[in-house]
Write a protein that binds this ligand. Sequence first.
Ligand SMILES: Nc1nc2c(c(=O)[nH]1)N[C@H]1C(S)=C(S)[C@@H](COP(=O)(O)OP(=O)(O)OC[C@H]3O[C@@H](n4cnc5c(=O)[nH]c(N)nc54)[C@H](O)[C@@H]3O)O[C@H]1N2
Ligand SMILES: Nc1nc2c(c(=O)[nH]1)N[C@H]1C(S)=C(S)[C@@H](COP(=O)(O)OP(=O)(O)OC[C@H]3O[C@@H](n4cnc5c(=O)[nH]c(N)nc54)[C@H](O)[C@@H]3O)O[C@H]1N2
Ligand code: SF4
Ligand SMILES: [Mo]
Length: 883
Amino acid sequence: MGAIRTTCAYCGVGCGIAAEVSAGVSGNGDRAVSITGDRAHPANHGRLCSKGTHLGETVGLEGRLLSPMIGDCQASWNEALDLVAGRMRDCIAEHGPDSVALYLSGQLLTEDYYAVNKLAKGFVGTGNVDTNSRLCMASAVAAYNRAFGEDVVPCSYEDLDAADLVLLVGSNTAWCHPVVWQRLEKTRERRGTKIVVIDPRRTETAEQADLHVPVAPDGDIALFNALLAEMKRRGLVDGEYLAAHVEEDEGFWQNLRSCRAKSRHVGAEPGVSTSLDTNGGVSEETFTQLCDLVAAHPRTITLFSQGANQSVCGTDKGNAITNFHLATGRINRIGAGPFSITGQPNAMGGREVGGLANMLACHLGFSEGERAEVAAFWDAPNICAGAGLKAVDMFRAVHDGRIKFLWIMATNPAVSLPDSQFVREALSRCPTVVVSDIIADTDTGRFAHVRLPAQGWGEKDGTVTNSERRISRQRALFPPPDEARADWKIVADVAARMGWGGSFAWNSAADVFREYARMTALAKVRGKVLDLTAYATIDDAEYAALEPFQWGGERPLSQGYPTASGKARLVSVLPPAPATSAEFPLRLNTGRYRDQWHTMTRTGLSPTLSQHRPEPLLEVHPADAEALGLADGGLGRVETESGAAVYRVLVSPGQRRGEICVPMHWGDAMAGAGRSNRLPSQAVDPVSGQPGYKNSAARVVPVRPEWRAFLVRQDVIAPEGLLYWTRSRVKAGWLYELAGEGTIDLAALLPEGEYLEVADAVRGMRRIAVRGGEGGLIAAAYLTRSGSLPARSWVAGQLGLDDASASELLAGRPSTPQADRGPIVCVCHGVGEKDIALAVHDGAATVAEVGACTRAGTNCGSCRPAIAKLIEAFSSLEQEAAQ
Ligand SMILES: Nc1nc2c(c(=O)[nH]1)N[C@H]1C(S)=C(S)[C@@H](COP(=O)(O)OP(=O)(O)OC[C@H]3O[C@@H](n4cnc5c(=O)[nH]c(N)nc54)[C@H](O)[C@@H]3O)O[C@H]1N2
Ligand SMILES: Nc1nc2c(c(=O)[nH]1)N[C@H]1C(S)=C(S)[C@@H](COP(=O)(O)OP(=O)(O)OC[C@H]3O[C@@H](n4cnc5c(=O)[nH]c(N)nc54)[C@H](O)[C@@H]3O)O[C@H]1N2
Ligand code: SF4
Ligand SMILES: [Mo]
């Protein structure tokens, strides 16, 4: 079989993939696929990052939900669908349509999204359809709507190739949109493009930038206002563009000036530089450097992501950015514009069809006229009366009993929503929770009354829209396993049981797509940019062969803005009011790791991807660590008004003082106490409803366990009563890190088998290796109260082996020492820090030269920023040594 062209399962870059299936087409579950980048796809031209490259490790059936479940009992589709439809019908009859809610995801395909939106807003008659995109780009959507009159991203990736200056605002691009990052690096090589990173943290992206602007948390509005005021002072505002294409809020320019004069302080102890002063907490020197770069390079793209969106002033941040671009005329021109980059593979598709509670469908709102047109198009009996509840409010309504039926699809809100203890309480109170997922055991699934098995990536068929509005096909590679069904099909099946079958009688994803494309005519006649009517009549073969295409074209707003006046708008925005707390003096930031995806239900299954950061880390500035009594590699508990979570401490000079950072990924399925969303509050942006995940008031206390241990075993367990535990995937099973107080019955955490054991009560050391029936190592555990523990990688490598020697196992290391590679940097080729140090010692001075001697960074390239950083560190060590 030749390669199947499809689209990556993960981020909104939307990379094209060529997938060559070598096993699994027969449906026996033993799947194998080789993944390479699709050279013909305009989003990536053949490049892929570590997550895309290793997709093959996550297409197996391990952990999959393979049949409908009612409670803990397997059920038939008929039973499950009857129950879901029956409960929904009863709920509507007794409590009205708004007692029903659907919570969706940017990981659904456009066809799925379209189907659910139609069911809810047209047939059930509720606006309560919202999506995890609320947590992700709702603020960017709101800012675009305010500035341009429609949710339209005004740029394309090709603009990145033509820009002279790229401002990355709140984006760790090298980790979260790695192929865009690689594209930027290419542009920089080719045309000397300058890259500026505006981020409180010195991320790997910031390390590689020409200028890092360490803005204070939520200092972006002050910074962009100051930047624009300075451009005005230097005579760089584009008066002609403003006159022809832009309206402004009353007093816009005075407001900007007064903002520049004001001095505000946000957070933190005295002496900590989190002041949100005139430049957003940025020193005068750095601010001037930024202004000089901006003044010198009119072809500017601002690429913004969660550091802008996930804030209680995220919409205003977005508009501070659009204001700057509009006023300097840096928009609708090649290589220029404010570019919100999307997170999930189909965040944009959801925005198109109406996945957000405050839009009806196809970029239409809830005016009488719009509702009537949509009702007519769908032939809908119960068009909803108006906008529904946004994500955080939706779960509040579940909590207080207004919503009694909740259907969650392709998202894991028990981990990903803020104040997750509250969310769990809400879920446990809700009379009916339905969860459609591909994985059997997720934190959210534990609260479901009914679980429905969906088809996952590699099985499902449909379309996704990426950050630059490009629609691409996802194509099935394998037959669906067991009972798994397409999400849109599950929705249609429920609709049919509700008596609306005729309106949901699609036979294929292509049928749904055509209907959606036809519906965009409603947007078109209202002067919107969204218009897919050219695709409304494609046949099945054309849909099957559909090539990636962009709606709106490369620069969709260059023909005028979709507002009544045809003009865009400068929106007056003010920096947020100061927030200080003596009890919680630190500012807590949360973010992502290079090789993990969200709540880890899929990437957590890949041994390769799990090497980069096997545990959740609490990053703290060295001076704060000292003041707080936190040791590098020790444990720390973060506390906020909402809750507490425990992490491994990483002392990092990349943090600003007074600010800490933790990852969003770990939930209860993967860790004991590392669920970060116990920490942020339910506070949201007043316009967009997006939570402020990146700036919570917090404090940290050291955790000093009496013992530490790790164990490896082949299966999944959930230890209880510990201060800390995490699990991470290794080749033949799982590696558990544990820490606790008092006594621990280590053997109780191990499977039955032949036990080999050593213990030293005085030193508080205990080691156990367990062999199975055939003599292979099935588990091992190592505990210490005061000493050190063996290297995890060697022990994990023995799991499942028949010839592991007893003495080596109990020593926790091989009798002939192996080369210690240090922490793995390049996961594709298994190259460690020490291999790179050696290469630098031998004279390698560039990433390419390190690649030539070690192969590091020569496959997907996701680790190249890390290699560059190591070269710098090791070369300065070498120089010091030489002096
Ligand atoms: N590896 C990986 N890639 C992913 C994902 C993943 O889970 N893993 N998820 C995808 C999704 S859905 C999304 S939404 C994207 C997110 O992609 P990004 O937005 O790049 O990711 P984050 O790490 O959430 O946050 C970005 C940065 O915002 C900074 N920040 C925090 N507060 C502020 C502030 O006040 N101002 C500014 N300017 N910056 C601030 C943080 O320090 C952080 O470095 O990634 C996508 N890609
Ligand atoms: N603290 C903090 N919290 C955050 C963020 C942050 O930066 N900081 N970021 C927020 C952002 S931007 C996002 S996008 C969210 C992401 O948060 P979630 O959406 O909760 O995260 P995922 O782990 O991607 O959840 C997707 C679920 O869908 C399942 N799934 C995968 N494919 C399919 C499919 O085809 N069909 C169905 N039915 N199910 C499928 C997966 O197994 C998984 O359970 O997290 C938000 N939460
Ligand atoms: S950048 Fe990586 S995760 Fe994102 S679409 Fe491309 S290969 Fe997938
Ligand atoms: Mo996201």
